[in-house]
Design a protein around this ligand. Structure first.
Ligand code: FES
Ligand code: FES
Length: 168
């Protein structure tokens, strides 16, 4: 059996004919060529496949693509600018050496991006708890936590600057 579905990924609409049994991560990688989303365990354990579905981090290996019809899906490819410039979170990962082999990195970035959007005032301890949801075999997590915490601080400072500017 096949089904026609409409997926909205990184702001682009895709009309796809797929089998309902196919996972979101499979469709993202193989039908849309968005290979930044990685596949590790395929059992919901490692978090390498994390994407944002309507703003919330989700394990794309545990979702059927047909479940996501009309949802707003964001993958790691949405973070950088069109010219390839990294966004602030990616830049913080670079500066703090928040990656080694990089296999977990797309999932870590999307987990953090979704989390900081909801919790801009997150403490380092809270960030540590959140990243524990995804597995990293290389970094020991410390540098990932530092990177996310630094990014949160930079975003708060930028917001404060805007608020200060608008009140003068
Ligand atoms: S590949 Fe999805 S959680 Fe591991
Ligand atoms: S950087 Fe290698 S698994 Fe995290």
């Amino acid at each position: 059996m096949i089904q026609l579905i409409e997926l909205h990924v990184n702001g682009v609409r895709h009309d796809l004919v797929i089998e309902p049994r196919r996972t979101l991560v499979d469709v993202l990688r193989h039908d849309l060529g968005l290979t930044g989303t990685h596949v590790g365990c395929e059992h919901g354990i490692c978090g390498a496949c994390t994407v944002l579905v309507d703003g919330q981090p989700a394990r794309a290996c545990l979702m059927f693509a047909v479940q996501c019809e009309h949802a707003d899906i964001r993958t790691v490819e949405s973070l950088a600018d069109a010219d390839g410039s990294l966004n602030d979170l990616q830049q913080c990962f670079v500066e703090h050496h928040g990656l080694q082999c990089g296999f977990c990195t797309p999932g870590m970035l999307m987990l953090a991006e979704g989390y900081l959007a909801d919790e801009p005032d997150a403490t380092k301890e809270e960030i540590r708890e959140v990243v524990a949801a995804n597995l990293c075999r290389c970094t020991g997590y410390q540098t990932i936590v530092e990177a996310i915490d630094d990014c949160a601080g930079r975003r708060r400072a930028a917001l404060q600057e805007i608020l200060d500017g608008s009140s003068t």
